[in-house]
Design a protein around this ligand. Sequence first.
Ligand SMILES: C[S@@+](CC[C@H](N)C(=O)[O-])C[C@H]1O[C@@H](n2cnc3c(N)ncnc32)[C@H](O)[C@@H]1O
Length: 209
Amino acid sequence: MTIMPKTDNTYFVGKLALREYFLQKYHFEKCFAAARRPLVLDAYHGQGLLWQELCKKYPCKVIGLDVKPIKGTLKISNLVYMRHFDLPYEIIDLDAYGEPWQAWDCVLQKSPQSAITVFLTQCWVGIGGGAVSHLWKSWCGLPLATPNWLAWRARDYMRQVALSRCLSKWKVIEAKQVMEKNVLGSPSRHWYIGLRLVRGPNNATDLSA
Ligand SMILES: C[S@@+](CC[C@H](N)C(=O)[O-])C[C@H]1O[C@@H](n2cnc3c(N)ncnc32)[C@H](O)[C@@H]1O
């Protein structure tokens, strides 16, 4: 399988617009209440370009994590951080360049908040199909030996299964996905999703969009 190069910020404009939409709608007032700005956990921080840009318009207090040593971030795996520290964050950004689902599961289990905004980026990095993790195969009831190219065909179903994991503890107030078209006009290989969740089970929400 050919591997496409990893880029920290594919579709920067779309990712920015998605975040701005939720900041404007759910966090605007707090951004300008100097005493207690929204706390953001940027769990795949990289150079932090997205939140640097967002904070110009929507001031927030951002804690950045990265496995690489980068100035101004905590050098730690987000999974280790989430398992060992409290998560007093109103906004959690999972801008992965692989899959964010293990971290997503941690957020759902551990967040003590009554309401949170979560951003998810899923990047498929292989041509003809992405690398599908064992975690995803097991969530979807696929044998782990299922070839990636075959499992990848069930990606829309897998997205629904993965997103639906929030429904036992959270209600989905709003979910949005921005789509990037590639040059041939076919749908984006990456998913950029934003969700507003409030505490409380909701088994009726349809996340199949
Ligand atoms: C897509 S980039 C993030 C770009 C960033 N959101 C920005 O605005 O510039 C993904 C980053 O996540 C980091 N990363 C990958 N796995 C991680 C993990 N388990 N914990 C923390 N950081 C991780 C990578 O080193 C990389 O810098």
